[in-house]
Design a protein around this ligand. Structure first.
Ligand code: SF4
Ligand code: SF4
Ligand code: SF4
Length: 173
């Protein structure tokens, strides 16, 4: 079997695996950048979908409960601010000087490197150079440098194992 076939088979195995179907990122997609704090966001957002229509990258979608969430399967966020500027209720509020959000990428343990399958796809897509790979092929996962990661999501949609999810940055990480 060629290396390419082996890689494709490993990817398929992982995508069909229960753990992958339930990866954290699927459960907790982030709201658009410049979202108000959670309680305020939920009270202000009326699910009008203006932010969905405004996003030039088509990565904002309405969830089942009609709240906007990001879907990085189609690409990453450029932090253009169009979604936040379009919001009529103040649930999203664009402020040039304000950090768009505090989320960072995380890598789950279904990353192909855990099975010693060579993959650097996420790192190749990260303009911030925020993903550091282990030097040895010893099953260690890549590390995300929290002070460099913008949470843009460019790495998430390209991951063949669907192993990248997002969470709030904790102080000191
Ligand atoms: S900041 Fe721009 S690219 Fe990012 S979600 Fe909003 S509209 Fe889309
Ligand atoms: S979210 Fe963006 S900045 Fe962070 S690791 Fe992924 S591609 Fe790099
Ligand atoms: S793209 Fe990154 S997170 Fe996904 S399998 Fe490859 S090395 Fe792991």
């Amino acid at each position: 079997m060629s290396l390419a076939s082996l890689f494709a088979n490993k990817c398929l195995e992982y995508l069909l695996h229960d753990d992958v179907q339930q990866r954290p990122g699927r459960k907790t997609p982030p709201h658009p950048p410049w979202s108000s704090a959670a309680e305020k966001f939920h009270s202000l957002c009326n699910g009008c979908g203006a932010c969905v229509a405004a996003c030039p990258n088509k990565i904002v979608a309405l969830s089942e409960d009609r709240l906007p969430v990001l879907d990085f399967s189609q690409g990453g966020c450029t932090f253009c601010g169009d979604c936040a500027r379009s919001c009529p209720t103040g649930a999203l509020q664009f402020e040039q000087e304000k950090e768009p959000w505090n989320i960072r990428a995380r890598i789950a343990d279904n990353c192909l490197l855990a099975e010693r399958v060579l993959c650097r796809t996420c790192g190749d897509c990260c303009e911030q150079r925020a993903i550091v790979f282990p030097l040895a092929d010893d099953g260690q996962l890549p590390k995300i440098l929290s002070d460099q990661c913008s949470g843009c999501g460019a790495c998430a949609g390209v991951c063949p194992a669907d192993a990248i999810y997002f969470a709030a940055n904790q102080k000191g990480e």
